[in-house]
Design a protein around this ligand. Structure first.
Ligand code: ZN
Length: 500
C-alpha cells in the first residue's frame, strides 16, 4: 500500500465528510424542510462548504498531493492510487487557481442571481436578470483566465463539468447531429397524429407513487442502500455509495412525468450504487463526468424506458394500476404517446429527437458570451432567432425563452453540452450492450433488467471517477466518442413505420 497516497486519502476524508454532510442538508432542503428554514439552512450550508473548501484547498493538501504524485509516478490508471491522485490533482488545481477574493465574489453574486432569476422568470422580464447575467458572464470570463486554456476560453469552463474534452471536439461531435436531426424531425412531424387525451386524465398520485416503486424494484434499485422521495425538481444525490437518494415528481394529470423522472433518476442512482465499496470515502467514489452520469440516466430513460420491450412487461402492470384511465389505450397507442416527437420551447419537456437542438442553441450562445462576440443585452433576440431557425418556434416571452433554465443564475457556463454528450454516450453504450448481450430486449419483455444493470456495473460503474468519458469508451470498447450510434438509434426508431 503506497503510504503517501494513504496519508493523502486520510487527509481528504474530512473535507469529503463535510461535503457529504452538506449534501444531506441540501437533500433535506429540497425534500422536507419547511419554507422558513431557508435562512438558517443557507448559513449552515455556507459554513460547511467553506470548511470543506479550506481543508481541501489547503497547503497541506498541496504538499501531500505532491508527495503522493511522486509515489504513483509511472503507475497505470488501473491502479486505484494513481487514478485517485490524478482526480485530486485536477480538483485541487481547479480550487486553488481561483483567488479566494474571486471565489467570495462569485458566491455572493450567484446567490443573489438565483433569487433575481426566479423573479425575472416569473415576471417574464429579462431586464431584471440582465445585470446578473452580465456579472455571471464577466465572472466566467475571468474564471477561464484564472483556470487557463489553450485555444478557447470555453475550454476552461467545459473542463469543470466534462474533463478531457475541448470546445472544438464538442463542436465536431455535435456537427452530424446538427445536420441530420432537423430533416429527421421534419420527416417524423409530417406523420404525427394529435395527442390522445387518455394521458391527461386523472391519475391519483398515490397510485403513481406505487407504480414508481414497482419500476425501481424491477430495475434493481436497492432500497437497502437508497430511497425515493418526492420533490418539485427530481434529482439524485448520495452521501455514500451505500446511501443514494433519488426524488421524483407527481402530477395528477400527467403520469408520464413521474414515470420518466423516476427511471431517469434511477439510472443516476444505479451508477452511484455500482461504485465499489473499496473506493468509498475517496474522490474516486463518484461518477466520472457529468456526460457519463447523464448517459446512465438517459440510457435507462430512453433506450430502455421508451422501448417496446420494456412496456411489454410494464404496460399490463400500469394498466392494472389505472384500469379506468387506460380503458381505451392499447399498448401500441401507449407506446406512441410516450415516444411523441414535437418541437417545443422548453428544454426539460423535450423528446429525445428535439432535446439536442435545445442544447445546440445554448452551447452557441454561451461560447459567444464568453468570447464577447455576443453581449448579454443581445441574448433574448439571439435566443429567439435561433429557436426559430433550429426548432421552427419563437418564444412569445422570455419566461419560455432565455429565462427558462436555472444554470446561468447558478453562475454555470459550460454545463449544457454535457446533456448532449450524455445522449451520445447512452446510445453508444446501448449499442455495445445489445451487441454483447444477446437476447437483451427479450429479457426486458420478461421484466428482467439484471443483465443490463450488471453489464453497466462491470463496464462503467465500477470505475467510479477513474477515467474520463473518452478514456472509458476507448478502454472498455475500443470506441471513440461519436454521434453515429445516436443517429442510428433515432433513425431506426423513428424512421417511417407503418404503425407509427
Ligand atoms: Zn440527469
Amino acid at each position: 500500500m503506497p503510504r503517501k497516497v494513504q496519508t493523502l486519502i486520510e487527509h481528504l476524508q474530512r473535507p469529503l465528510d463535510l461535503t457529504h454532510a452538506a449534501a444531506i442538508l441540501h437533500w433535506d432542503q429540497n425534500v422536507s424542510m419547511p419554507d422558513r428554514g431557508i435562512r438558517a439552512r443557507a448559513l449552515q450550508l455556507s459554513t460547511l462548504s467553506s470548511l470543506a473548501h479550506s481543508l481541501f484547498a489547503s497547503e497541506k493538501t498541496g504538499e501531500l498531493l505532491a508527495e503522493a504524485e511522486e509515489e504513483v509516478r509511472g503507475m497505470e490508471l488501473e491502479e486505484d492510487h494513481a487514478a485517485l491522485v490524478r482526480v485530486v490533482r485536477r480538483l485541487y488545481d481547479q480550487e486553488t487557481k481561483l483567488p479566494s477574493a474571486f471565489v467570495e465574489e462569485e458566491s455572493l453574486a450567484t446567490s443573489q442571481a438565483y433569487d433575481i432569476w426566479r423573479q425575472a422568470r416569473e415576471k417574464r422580464d429579462f431586464s431584471l436578470f440582465l445585470p446578473s447575467l452580465k456579472q455571471v458572464v464577466d465572472l466566467n470570463r475571468r474564471k477561464a483566465d484564472y483556470l487557463g486554456y489553450e485555444k478557447h476560453p470555453y475550454d476552461a469552463l467545459l473542463q469543470l463539468y466534462e474533463p478531457g474534452i475541448t470546445t472544438a471536439e464538442v463542436e465536431e461531435l455535435f456537427a452530424p447531429l446538427r445536420k441530420e436531426l432537423p430533416p429527421l424531425l421534419r420527416e417524423i412531424r409530417s406523420r404525427t397524429a394529435p395527442p390522445h387525451p387518455a394521458l391527461g386524465r386523472h391519475y391519483p398520485e398515490e397510485k403513481q407513487w406505487e407504480f414508481s416503486l414497482a419500476l425501481l424494484d424491477r430495475m434493481g434499485f436497492d432500497f437497502q442502500q437508497g430511497r425515493l422521495d418526492r420533490s418539485p425538481h427530481p434529482f439524485t444525490t448520495n452521501f455514500s455509495v451505500e446511501d443514494v437518494r433519488i426524488t421524483t415528481r407527481l402530477f395528477s394529470h400527467n403520469p408520464l412525468s413521474s414515470i420518466f423522472s423516476t427511471i431517469h433518476e434511477a439510472g443516476h442512482a444505479l451508477y452511484e450504487m455500482g461504485i465499489p465499496l473499496s473506493l468509498e470515502r475517496t474522490h474516486l467514489a463518484q461518477g466520472a463526468t457529468l456526460g457519463l452520469h447523464e448517459s446512465q440516466s438517459r440510457l435507462w430513460e430512453n433506450q430502455v424506458g421508451r422501448s417496446r420491450a420494456f412496456w411489454n412487461y410494464f404496460y399490463p402492470i400500469f394498466r392494472a394500476f389505472f384500469p379506468e384511465q387506460t380503458r381505451d389505450v392499447d399498448p401500441a397507442l401507449f407506446l406512441r404517446e410516450i415516444n411523441r416527437v414535437e418541437p417545443g420551447l422548453i428544454r426539460v419537456e423535450a423528446d429525445e429527437v428535439t432535446y439536442n437542438l435545445h442544447i445546440f442553441v445554448r452551447f452557441e450562445l454561451e461560447k459567444e458570451l464568453v468570447t464577447g462576440a455576443l453581449s448579454p443585452e443581445e441574448v433574448p433576440e439571439a435566443w429567439n432567432a435561433r429557436y426559430e431557425s433550429m426548432l421552427g418556434l419563437r418564444p412569445a416571452h422570455d419566461g419560455e425563452g432565455c429565462l427558462q433554465d436555472v444554470h446561468w443564475s447558478h453562475g454555470s457556463l459550460g454545463y449544457f453540452p454535457t446533456y448532449t454528450l450524455g445522449n451520445l454516450l447512452a446510445a453508444s453504450l446501448y449499442a455495445q450492450a445489445k451487441a454483447r448481450l444477446p437476447g437483451l430486449e427479450e429479457s426486458f419483455a420478461e421484466g428482467e433488467f439484471a443483465s443490463l444493470r450488471e453489464w453497466l456495473r462491470e463496464h462503467v460503474h465500477r470505475h467510479g471517477a477513474r477515467y474520463t468519458a473518452r478514456e472509458l469508451m476507448e478502454r472498455e470498447f475500443g470506441e471513440t466518442l461519436r454521434a453515429e450510434p445516436l443517429l442510428t438509434y433515432l433513425r431506426e426508431k423513428y424512421a417511417a413505420r407503418p404503425d407509427a
